[in-house]
Write a protein that binds this ligand. Sequence first.
Ligand SMILES: [Zn+2]
Length: 262
Amino acid sequence: MPDNTDNLDDLFAHNRAWSAQMERDRPGFFTSLVKQQTPRYMWIGCSDSRVPANQITGLEPGEVFVHRNVANIVVHSDLNALSAIQFAVEHLKVEHIMVVGHYGCAGVKAALSGKRIGLADNWIRHIQDVRDRHSVMLESLPEEARVDALCELNVAEQVVNVAVSTVMVDAWARGQKVRIHGWTFGVHDGLLQDLGLSVDGAKPLDAVYKAAVQRIRYKWSKPGEVIQSLTLQGTQVNQSVQEAQAMTPQPEADGTTDPAAA
Ligand SMILES: [Zn+2]
C-alpha cells in the first residue's frame, strides 16, 4: 500500500505493474475480458474496505459480479441493488448469489447501539428492524456476542429479501438454476463461514430461514463462540478459533459451565 496517501500516482504505478504482470502470466487476458464477462457468482457484501470480494475468494476479474453497500443490505425497493441482481441473474446467468456479512461490522454495531452517526441512520434503520425482530433472542445472549449474532441475523434477513424479490421469483418460476447463500467473513482471520442458509426456490423459504435463526441462537449461546466473538473485536489478537475454544472452561461433571469464566 502507498505510504503517502496524498500521492495517487502510486495507485497508477501499482495498476500498471499489475496489468503488465497479468499480461505476462496470462497473455491475452484483457483481450478476452473485453469480449464478455461470464461470472458464475454474484457477491452482495459490505462496503467495508477490509472485505474485498475478489481477493477473499481468489477470483479474477470477470469471475464475480459485485454489489456492495453499508452493511450488505437488500431493501425491497432499492433499485440499485435490484438492478444489479436483475442484471446478474437475467443477463449474466450467475448460478450463485452470496450475501456476505462480516463480523464487527460498523453498520451493525451502530444499529445495535442506536448510536446516531448521520444520514446513514436511515439506512441502518433496516438493521434495527432486524434487531427488533430478534430482540428477545439478542437480549438472551451474552452482551459481547450480540453484534456478531446480529451480523449473522442480518445476513439471514437479506438472503430472504433477495429471495422474495421479483427477480428471483421470476427466475425460479422459469426454472433457472440460481441459488442464494448466506455467508460471513472474519476480518480477524480472513476466513469465510457458510451460515448454512442456502435458498434455491424449491425448499420452503420460511423453514430455511427459521432453521438458520435457530442455529445462530444456539451458536452464540455457547461460551466458546462468545470467546470467538471477543477475539473478533480485538485489534491485535491473532488467535485461532480452535485456540480460543481450548481456553473455554470445560463443562463440570454435572454438565454446567461457569458463565463468569467465559
Ligand atoms: Zn460492514
